[in-house]
Design a protein around this ligand. Structure first.
Ligand SMILES: *Cc1c(COP(=O)(O)O)cnc(C)c1O
Length: 505
């Protein structure tokens, strides 16, 4: 054992091994040692047998209290890692686990993790050219890659954000300001919203993500400015209903400013009819935003390309690489089809990006963002594309879709299960049907029981949602390594638990 590592365990304080600042003289030596001990713990986490420990909230609270009592005196990294393992790594939810089937949390690819380590170590703030130099070019390269691959115009542009919620917020902000500028020559950025904004309306399907409502509130239009349009039997926005609601809205004196097409709804993975929505957006002079937080990456696949017909007509689009491109959180982009529209949020600060320094060859990405200091999240994607390559990444997307469809085909005729739709993306929404029972309250109780006992066991994690007032279970499938046989075995466990409920009650 080297002198350093020996001392670091025995006498951490004298050894000053707690110093991890990169400006500490021995930091470079420490780096190897730190990374090595850390990877041991990560490997331990990755080989864990359960989705989560199943320990009660009370137990976890006690554990946390005990660890807090140890206080904030310095200790060796090894000691801190051991504490972290007991408190967090042994308990927390493992998204890479084959039976983690609940939310839109994907397993992550290794090159992206390496990219994240480098991004944090270098600590680039990707806001102005003078702070990030070639990092600026690499983020721009990733933006240009995705805009051209999905078929946006040559004038398209984009920026990395913290997630779909922020991307949607920024899109609706641009939509609002663009409408006011085009129709009233009003510069909202300068003078704030005017009286007309009281009547601004944003249209989206009733299956769209709640961040549309939240964004409307944050940009001063309020929840009530969001008009939700009914969906058809495939959970896709009903275009006839959209048209009649637009007409009604105008007749009532309201001002439709934008429509959001969701490509990949959170619960059902359904795709709104983009091409028809684009025609209406054009006819009614609306900003067309695509929320592709979940389904956006599927534009790259042969299987789903057709859902993106009309993409050249959109104004803005959200894509989350941390939902379905196997990237660690955060990795999301807001894309716009006409880069001029970023002027609605750009700002020039004397100390950071004064207008007189503006230079096309040395762009300041801050002009496209509502953030100032911003992480170099694009590096993860850059590493992923360099190491794994585009083709392989796209095949993972096709794999998870095939897996979902295959599982559905094998299970759809099961008398004890009721599926509500044929999947178009990677979610399955279903419930357990107790034989010979028609009482809805019993179905609800049984399915809640199934979800809870599975979660408490720590062995399987599934999600749930409501559809037409009824309680359903949900699989979100994002792991290309899963097999339909594994999923059928989870469905068997679900049926066993359903039968168990009957016996107990
Ligand atoms: C998850 C999701 C969002 C929000 O994205 P975050 O990255 O979680 O902020 C927005 N829209 C849709 C359709 C989503 O599924």
């Amino acid at each position: 054992m080297s002198e350093i590592s020996n001392q670091s365990v025995l006498s951490p304080v004298q050894d000053k091994s707690y110093l991890i600042d990169f400006f500490e003289p021995r930091a470079k030596e420490k780096l190897d040692q730190y990374i090595q001990s850390t990877t041991q713990y990560i490997k331990g986490f990755l080989s864990r047998k359960s989705v989560h420990s199943g320990k009660s909230p009370e137990y976890l609270r006690l554990l946390h209290q005990e660890s807090m009592q140890l206080g904030y005196r310095s200790r060796s990294l090894t000691q801190a890692l051991a504490e972290l393992k007991e408190l967090f790594l042994d308990n927390t939810v493992a998204y890479h686990h084959p039976s983690y089937l609940s939310h839109l949390n994907c397993p992550v690819v290794l090159p992206a993790v390496i990219g994240d380590i480098i991004a944090s170590s270098v600590n680039t703030a990707i806001e102005t050219w003078d702070q990030s130099t070639s990092g600026t070019l690499m983020e721009q390269e990733m933006i240009d890659w995705i805009t051209s691959r999905i078929g946006l115009s040559d004038d398209a542009d984009g920026v990395f954000t913290t997630g779909g919620s922020q991307s949607n917020l920024m899109a609706l902000l641009l939509a609002r300001d663009h409408y006011a500028f085009e129709n009233y020559q009003l510069n909202i950025k300068e003078s704030g919203i005017n009286a007309n904004a009281q009547n601004f309306k944003i249209f989206c399907s009733e299956k769209s993500h709640f961040s549309i409502q939240k964004s409307a509130a944050l940009i001063g239009l309020g929840y009530e400015s969001v008009v939700t349009v009914a969906t058809d039997e495939h959970m896709c926005m009903d275009i006839k209903v959209l048209k009649s609601m637009l007409d009604q809205s105008i007749q009532a004196g309201d001002i439709p400013i934008a429509v959001v097409a969701t490509l990949g709804t959170t619960d059902y993975g359904s795709f709104d009819p983009l091409n028809s929505i684009a025609e209406l957006a054009n006819e009614y002079g609306l900003w067309l935003h695509v929320d592709g937080a979940y389904g956006g990456c599927f534009a790259l696949t042969e299987t789903h390309k057709r859902y993106f017909k009309g993409i050249e007509h959109i104004n803005s689009m959200t894509i989350d690489f941390h939902k379905s491109f196997f990237q660690p959180v955060c990795s999301s982009v807001l894309l716009i089809n006409d880069k001029e529209h970023f002027r609605y949020i750009s700002h020039h600060a004397d100390y950071l990006n004064p207008l007189e320094n503006k230079n096309e060859d040395m762009p300041d990405l801050i002009e496209k963002s509502i953030q100032t200091t911003r992480r170099f999240d694009a590096l993860k994607l850059w590493m992923t594309l360099r190491v794994i390559g585009e083709e392989k990444m796209i095949s993972y997307l096709e794999d998870i879709y095939d897996l979902t469809l295959e599982t559905y085909e094998k299970a759809k005729n099961d008398q004890e299960l009721e599926f509500i739709h044929e999947p178009t993306l990677t979610t399955l929404v279903f419930r357990y049907l107790t034989p010979n029972v028609s009482d809805e309250t019993i179905h609800e109780r049984v399915n809640k029981y199934i979800k809870n006992v599975l979660y408490e066991s720590g062995q399987v994690s599934i999600a749930s949602t409501r559809h037409e007032g009824r309680f359903y279970l949900k699989f979100t499938l994002l792991d290309p390594n899963l097999s339909s046989n594994h999923l059928l075995s989870v469905l068997d466990i679900i049926k066993e638990k359903g039968q168990e409920y009957q016996l107990k009650n």
